[in-house]
Ligand binder design. Structure first.
Ligand SMILES: C[S@@+](CC[C@H](N)C(=O)[O-])C[C@H]1O[C@@H](n2cnc3c(N)ncnc32)[C@H](O)[C@@H]1O
Length: 287
């Protein structure tokens, strides 16, 4: 059966037929690992018709032709349009509570005897709220010892637009309305005049974080080992095989005793047997 999508709110009715939809789903999968099904047809339509307009093309068929002709030139733009970047400061607060109440005291205690090196990876960092929340958590829980430690947070994502946003550290004021007042005062600065509806994160947080472009499906250049890896609300978009391959790779990059944090609706599947479940969607690689 041939299904065409037309949206009511669109001026020019561009249609997306099954062959084009299937080609685009395959292009998404090959580029990102993200699996799209029929239920995502409207989403795909909306996001890509924006590109079609921007590129002054007249149809999905001409856009598909362009992707076939020059996939490498078009891939980044395509990926940035297709990814879902929903995130927020201190999303899934229980992870940050666990880190400040249990993990950092343990790390600090062990670090006295070791090299005082702390490495954390936010592996699908989106616009940066996740790594900045990690940085605030560290600054608060490690206040007394921070200067003696070598601390680095790596923030990676496949989407170059969200990485640039994270790197800028500039957000709308409304993004921080739910965080405690003492954090707002300490770690964010309000813009003046025409920028008064924006805030900028402090230098203290920014210097802890390195933003880098990384497709989780490709080779990972970093060696680790990491004390904590955040892999939240990203593997949900992948198929089972890709998820299991990624868990094996996260496991390799974690220190023995290190933590893997997943998103609220994610689980390790068979890989659970290699980890200890120490909290809600918090998994420890055994020592
Ligand atoms: C919903 S956001 C999650 C953000 C954050 N981790 C959180 O939980 O709030 C998912 C992010 O995964 C990224 N992503 C999707 N596929 C990816 C891939 N193959 N490699 C790296 N990042 C990917 C998207 O660009 C998006 O920014």
């Amino acid at each position: 059966m041939m299904t065409n999508v037309r949206t009511k709110d669109r001026d020019s009715a561009i249609s997306l037929n099954n062959a084009e939809f299937n080609f685009l789903c395959t292009f998404v999968y090959d580029s990102t690992g993200i699996v799209l099904n029929e239920g995502k047809r409207e989403m795909l339509y909306r996001r890509l018709s924006r590109i079609i307009r921007e590129k002054k093309l007249d149809s999905f068929s001409s856009y598909c032709r362009l992707l076939k002709k020059q996939p490498e030139q078009e891939r980044d733009f395509f990926i940035n349009a297709i990814t879902t970047n929903l995130t927020s400061f201190f999303r899934e607060q229980h992870h940050f509570d666990y880190i400040s109440q249990h993990e950092l005291p343990r790390i600090i205690k062990n670090g006295q005897a070791n090299n005082k090196r702390l490495r954390i990876w936010s592996s699908a960092s989106s616009t940066g709220e996740e790594p900045y929340s990690i940085a605030i958590t560290l600054c608060e829980a490690m206040k007394a010892v921070m200067t003696q430690w070598d601390i680095k947070i790596l923030a990676t994502d496949i989407d170059s637009d969200v990485l640039a946003k994270g790197q800028s550290g500039i957000y709308e004021l409304s993004r921080i309305e739910d965080i405690p007042m003492k954090f707002k005062k300490k770690y964010f600065q309000r813009g003046d005049r025409e920028n008064s509806s924006n805030i900028k994160v402090s230098q203290v947080l920014q210097q802890l974080i390195t933003f880098k472009h990384l497709n989780l499906l490709h080779e990972w250049p970093m060696k680790g080992p990491f004390d904590i890896i955040f892999c939240r609300n990203v593997i949900i978009y992948f198929d089972h095989k890709t998820q299991q391959e990624l868990f094996a790779r996260y496991y390799e990059l974690l220190k023995p005793g290190g933590l893997l944090m997943l998103g609220h609706s994610e689980n390790l599947g068979q890989y659970q047997q290699y980890f200890e479940n120490v909290g809600r969607t918090i998994f420890r690689k055994p020592l």
